[in-house]
Design a binder for this molecule. Structure first.
Ligand code: 13P
Length: 248
């Protein structure tokens, strides 16, 4: 069986104490799970990162930041750089989330963020995906190809990049693509990475309305290496249930 990754994206939810409690519950819940092939990742907000890193130390839980600034330092009020993330002990960073793309994050910015994060020893969860309108216009593959080629332009150490295919119309809507659609698109991403970037075995996650009910069907699509989960990752019981169902 392929090793699987289950990553939770808390988005702008959880205070520091709520986040700490969630991770404590995850730790004890996951200790009871046979999780030899599991990589579990949580993504708190910036303000909770160092607390969550402390609590997660020595457990199965890895910690990701939800974003990063593309520059190393300087006059960027309110922003956080990759070496700052590294300094709090974060292992991963989510880059290119559609919620940030819609507020002005361009492919060029994403590309700079990926480079800066790799230079600082972080692993990347690089999000790509088409909007509903793009899908209706049958532009999905064109969009995915474009996001990949611009996002990865000139990036070295591509083995540090995990991919998250998140169709925008699936995020927070309860709508999940049909299995054959999902397979087709993930295969397209795989082939594109293989042909254009010589990436032979990239890890590709699916994200968008994954929950405790649909995860069993989704995990049957064995070209997917795991999930990036929003809402259901904010409830420890649901998240642990998804981890269990992903591996059993
Ligand atoms: P939902 O699981 O809430 O649809 O969110 C998915 C997502 O955006 C993960 O990054």
């Amino acid at each position: 069986m392929r090793a699987k990754i289950v990553a939770g994206n808390w988005k702008m939810n959880k205070t520091v104490s709520e986040g700490a409690q969630l991770v404590e519950e995850l730790k004890s819940g996951l200790a009871k799970v046979d999780a030899s092939d599991v990589t579990v990742v949580v993504s708190p907000t910036y303000v909770s990162l160092s607390e969550v890193v402390k609590i997660a130390a020595g457990s199965l839980v890895n910690v990701a930041a939800q974003n990063v600034h593309q520059e190393a330092n300087g006059a960027y009020t309110g922003e956080i750089s990759a070496d700052m993330l590294k300094s709090v002990g974060v292992g991963y960073v989510i880059i290119g989330h559609s919620e940030n793309r819609t507020t002005g994050e361009t492919d060029l910015i994403i590309n700079k963020k990926i480079k800066s994060s790799i230079n600082n020893g972080l692993k990347i969860i690089f999000c790509i995906g088409e909007t509903l309108l793009q899908r209706k216009k049958k532009l999905t593959h064109k969009i995915l190809k474009n996001q990949i080629s611009k996002g990865l332009k000139g990036v070295k150490k591509l083995n540090k990049v995990l991919f998250a295919y998140e169709p925008v119309w699936s995020i927070g809507t309860g709508i999940v693509p049909k299995a054959n659609d999902l397979e087709k698109n993930v295969n397209f991403i795989r082939n594109n990475l293989s042909n254009k970037f010589r990436l032979k075995n990239p890890k590709i996650l699916y994200g968008g309305s994954v929950n405790t009910k649909n995860v069993k069907n989704l995990k049957e699509i064995n070209i997917i290496d795991g999930f990036l989960i929003g809402a259901a990752s904010q409830d420890p019981k649901k998240f642990i249930d998804i981890v269990k169902k992903t591996f059993n």
